[in-house]
Write a protein that binds this ligand. Structure first.
Ligand code: KET
Length: 428
């Protein structure tokens, strides 16, 4: 750095420097970053980049978990359009407080903890607006590192790939816990319970609240009760990542069931909420991080610390998406329109699951595709190998993550036949 600033001050003092010396100064400057190698492509967002670069008219993107309508187009919900109409020209774009929009947070807590939750009334929940679900997870991970520096985080196998990056960058050591059973394409409940029992008392566990990504496999209500009970015995801390509230059952209230079970059992919990998927506000980056505390005093302290983590990173969160969310959730009419639209998205995906399975069966595939319709949420964890996925991409211009995950949100009436045919070709 000292060399660079010397070179720079030299440049300002002597504007007519000889070209050779200028080149030398530039070389010195650029060599500062000479050791920087290109980062590996992101396993999910890298797929979108590759898709966009493909000129083929047949190309299909079932990579990223982003909803498309049946014409394959991104969808702006009607409730969002109406909220935006109300914002435009009427509301100002001042800074939000460091912790974000108070109204948006209030509404988010009702969605996650229940409309009439005593915990909200008792002000026991420390909550801040976050940069969507990713930002909420990251804030929590940083909080965990700062206040429980010796703790670890238990993460399911498999999980959303970015969970690993988030806790890695927050420097929280990661442990894996058993989740998926590849042979049965279902939950490895015995393995999961064993790992919960064998973790040191008071461990942090990251749980997918609903619509597990990438497997589409959730515990049943009964299993959640057993998990919650065992967490109680072990004094573990459950951190729920809820990126798909509404996409599992079509009803956000039902999709909060796992969280409600833990609340009934008296756990302290953490929760990351995102409006990317269920309001289609992907690029608005609006979400909420909440931590349920022992009492109001603790909640005030925790919230102030979360704000302190946010302040030097991004100061305060963006206002527009927060306005959209709070307008929709605050207005009974807009809220019921939203609920209808969430259900519409979930139902279209369910329809595409059936269509994909039927197409594969019609083609005479001898494999079982039952899991396509048994799994829930945005994704189908197909069981295809990385090599089969590579063939789909190279031979059929179908883009998806190499773990065999199909984003059902990108499947449409028009491309489902093409997709089924290609899957049949690479799996037969
Ligand atoms: N949690 C999970 C489980 C998740 O799948 C995502 C996004 C997020 C959090 C973050 O969403 P945000 O946009 O920050 O609110 N998953 C999709 C997109 C991505 O990878 O960023 C995906 O898996 O395709």
């Amino acid at each position: 750095m000292a060399a660079l600033s010397r070179a720079a001050s030299c440049l300002t003092r002597r504007p007519q420097m000889q070209p050779s010396r200028l080149q030398a100064a530039r070389a010195m400057a650029s060599s500062l970053f000479g050791h920087v190698e290109p980062a590996p492509k992101d396993p999910i967002l890298g797929v979108t980049e590759a898709y966009l670069a493909d000129p083929s008219p047949d190309k299909v993107n079932v990579g990223v978990g982003a909803y498309r309508d049946d014409n394959g187009k991104p969808l702006v919900l009607d409730c969002v359009r109406e909220a935006e109409r109300r914002i435009a020209g009427n509301l100002n774009m001042e800074y939000l407080p460091m912790g974000g929009s108070v109204k948006m947070i209030e509404e988010s807590l009702k969605l996650a903890y229940g409309e009439d939750s005593e915990l909200i009334k008792d002000k026991r929940i420390a909550a801040v607006q976050a940069l969507s679900g990713t930002g909420a997870c990251r804030l929590f991970a940083d909080f965990q590192k700062r206040f429980l520096p010796d703790s670890q985080i238990y993460i399911p196998t498999p999980t959303w790939s970015n969970h690993h990056n988030i806790w890695r960058d927050a420097q929280v050591p990661q442990k894996a816990y058993t989740y998926y059973h590849p042979e049965s394409r279902g939950l490895d409940f015995a393995g999961l319970m064993n790992d919960i029992k064998n973790a040191p008392d008071g461990s942090f566990f990251m749980l997918h609240a609903c619509a597990h990504n990438p497997t589409g496999v959730d515990p049943t209500e009964e299993q959640w009760r057993e998990i919650s009970h065992q967490f109680k015995v072990k004094k573990h801390f459950p951190f729920f990542d809820m990126a798909y509230q509404g996409f599992a059952s079509g009803d956000p209230e039902r999709d909060a069931k796992a969280i409600r079970i833990f609340l009934e059992d008296g756990h302290q919990i953490g929760c990351a909420q995102s409006y990317a998927k269920n309001m289609g506000l992907y690029g608005q980056r609006v979400g909420c991080l909440s931590i349920l505390c022992e009492d109001e005093m603790q909640a005030v302290a925790v919230k102030s610390q979360l704000q302190q983590i946010a302040r030097p990173m991004y100061s305060n969160p963006p206002v527009h998406g927060a306005l959209v969310v709070s307008i929709i959730l605050n207005d009974p009419e807009l809220k019921s329109l939203w609920l209808k639209e969430v259900k519409g998205m979930a139902d279209r995906i369910i329809g595409m699951r059936t269509a994909l399975k039927e197409n594969l069966e019609k083609l005479g595939s001898s494999l079982s595709w039952e899991h396509i319709t048994n799994q829930i949420g945005m994704f189908c964890y197909s069981g295809m190998t990385p090599e089969q996925v590579d063939r789909l991409t190279n031979e059929f211009h179908i883009y998806m993550t190499r773990n065999g995950r199909i984003s059902m949100a990108g499947v449409t009436t028009r491309n489902v036949g093409y997709l089924a045919n290609a899957i049949h070709e690479v799996t037969k």
